[in-house]
Design a protein around this ligand. Structure first.
Ligand SMILES: Nc1ncnc2c1ncn2[C@@H]1O[C@H](COP(=O)(O)OP(=O)(O)OP(=O)(O)O)[C@@H](O)[C@H]1O
Length: 568
């Protein structure tokens, strides 16, 4: 199994998972200790009842009276074995829950550390399936998979040791059969892994289609693409069913083969033990009591093998999920941010707002070259400076990289060459808290978050008070509209609440609520008619006072005023 684990998981992903599980175990140290005690205890106590039964039956066949103490101890040990087993199951559930909770917390932390570059290459469905299905299968790997398999292996070894003492002929027969069963098990294991991997891939594709469909639902209806989408769903679902059927086939094949072998071995051993030949009896002969115990043990040695077959399926499925969680945990994170750079920016910002002359430009790009992919550069050798309080409009052909410049200013990406500086510090290294004080962004369309109108403006940031939000809405010219609603700022936000222009005003309110010193405006009037555009421009003029404003606009340069900066 370890070999399989190595083959199916790249070593670094493997290491990430083991580290995560290790730290969860260390935080809840008592739990794994109690688990080991109950697992071993359940295995040992389960071995004892057939031995007591053997003594009772041998005594009875010798004509002795029923030994009450032995009868009670038989029931007592059987009850204890059951109790330990159910305690083990309960502890496994608690352990599994701690594991999923701990893993999801670590994954959430990882998600917040991922760079925009990494995130933009992943689709929402893939990330969601890592957090939901894959983590659940990882829980199964440790609870119903590895731990159960360990318990079953201990049971098998224990039973084999007892059988070796009781009936050497049977022990040797089993020794000959077990490698064949192991080979058969391994064959089934390989086939199942392949089917499970296909099944998980198909499941991930199907779950990725759901958010994609919701995102594009209007376009799908407008262009009548329902049939096309249905066929895509059908295709991935069919792939999933086919892979699942292959898994079910091997699952259905495995159990009967093991059960038939169990029956055959029991029958043959009983026939041989009843054989008249003294050589055969030397190996297979036994008392009636031993025969009762041996029958009980034979069925018990086969049932863990059968369970191991079931556990193979669980482990195969879980390994595929574990591999994906491990790959997620090893994704490259953003570079560490620098508190020192943040402090320096705040000092310069203080000087700038006090009107003190500073040699440091608010924004500077120094010979910047950047491409989302190494071989396809979007910006090459770009240099410019923007001073505090300047109003700059970036123009240039479509695809020249204007929006990309914004992403670099926001520190979402780092250029391959050159440096992007905000008040003299590398934009990529600025802590998020500083970035929120520095930048307010307005995009072409408003990105609504679940919640009230107030939450659209504050984004639940504890640093932005209700008063700040109201002030921001007044500046954007939207206060009267919001105040006129029945629940005012506490109105739950829906798509129908505002018109296109009003959404953009709300976007301006969101951008200025944290009182940033720089406003970044990306084609914010692109979707508006002339009347609404005018209204948004008035709001922008108010919002832009005493701020550095950098806007992207194909057609508004004349209306926005300020300096033109041609990109590309
Ligand atoms: N996340 C991304 N991954 C890969 N390539 C991207 C990504 N975002 C943008 N690009 C590419 O970068 C180039 C510049 O895009 P960008 O949006 O910066 O241009 P733009 O000047 O703002 O264009 P427009 O005026 O049409 O909005 C385009 O070729 C685009 O395909």
């Amino acid at each position: 199994m370890r070999e399989r684990l190595k083959k199916t998981m790249p070593s670094k992903a493997h290491h990430e998972i083991l580290t995560a599980v290790g730290s969860i175990c260390t935080q809840n140290l008592l739990l794994p200790i109690a688990l080991v005690i109950t697992v071993v205890g359940a295995v040992v106590t389960a071995l004892v009842p057939p031995l007591i039964l053997e003594k009772i039956v041998d005594g009875l066949t010798a004509g002795n009276p029923m030994p009450i103490v032995q009868a009670f101890s038989y029931f007592g040990v059987t009850a204890l074995a059951g109790l330990l087993e159910s305690t083990r199951e309960s502890l496994l559930i608690v352990f599994g829950q701690k594991l999923t909770h701990g893993l999801r917390s670590q994954m959430c932390e990882k998600l917040s550390q991922l760079s925009a570059d990494t995130l933009s290459k992943m689709d929402a469905g893939t990330i969601a399936s890592r957090f939901v299905g894959d983590v659940d299968t990882l829980e199964t790997l440790f609870t119903s998979g590895i731990i159960s398999m360990f318990a079953d292996a201990c049971t098998m070894i224990g039973i084999y040791a007892v059988l070796w003492q009781k009936n050497r002929g049977l022990a040797i027969t089993l020794l000959a059969i077990l490698p064949l069963i192991a080979l058969f098990t391994r064959h089934v294991q390989k086939k199942m892994l392949a089917a499970q991997m296909d099944s998980r891939k198909a499941a991930a594709r199907t779950s990725g289609l759901v958010p994609e469909t919701i995102h594009c639902i209007r376009m799908i209806h407008v262009f009548g693409k329902e049939g096309f989408m249905r066929k895509r769903y059908d295709r991935t679902l069919q792939e999933g069913y086919a892979a699942m059927e292959r898994t079910n086939f091997y699952d259905a094949l495995y159990s009967p083969v093991i059960l038939i072998t169990d029956a055959l071995v029991t029958g043959v051993v009983m026939l041989l033990s009843a054989s008249a030949g003294p050589e055969v009896r030397m190996f297979f002969g036994m008392s009636v009591g031993t025969a009762v115990a041996v029958i009980s043990y034979i069925s018990r040695i086969f049932s863990p093998i059968e369970s191991i077959g079931m556990e193979i399926q669980t482990i195969q499925e879980a390994l595929a999920g574990a591999k994906r969680v491990g790959e997620f945990l090893e994704l490259p994170t953003r570079l560490e941010t620098s508190g020192e750079a943040g402090e320096k920016v705040m000092t310069e910002l203080g000087k700038a707002s006090a009107g003190t002359d500073s040699p440091v430009a608010c924004i500077s790009l120094e010979d910047v070259s950047f491409g989302y992919e190494e071989e396809k550069m979007v910006l090459e050798h770009l240099s410019f400076e923007i001073k505090t309080g300047e109003q700059v409009t970036m123009t240039g052909r479509t695809g020249a990289g204007k929006s990309t410049v914004f992403k670099l200013l926001l520190g979402l990406y780092r250029p391959q060459k050159g440096c992007v500086k905000i008040y003299g510090q590398d934009a990529y290294l600025l802590p998020d808290s500083i970035r929120r004080c520095l930048f307010g962004c307005v995009e072409q369309s408003f990105k609504r978050v679940p919640g009230t109108v107030l939450e659209q403006i504050t984004l639940s940031d504890p640093m932005i008070s209700r008063e700040d939000a109201v002030e921001a809405a007044k500046l954007a010219g939207l206060h009267e509209v919001i105040a006129g609603m029945e629940q005012g700022y506490d109105t739950p936000c829906t798509d129908a609440l505002f018109s296109q222009g009003q959404w953009q005003l709300l976007s301006i309110a969101r951008a200025v609520a944290a009182k940033p010193s720089i406003l970044l405006l990306d084609e914010i009037t692109a979707n508006l008619d002339v009347g609404t555009e005018q209204e948004v421009l008035y709001a922008l003029r108010r919002a832009g006072e005493n701020r550095t404003v950098v806007s992207i606009s194909h057609r508004l340069y004349e209306k926005m005023g300020g300096r033109e900066l041609v990109i590309g």
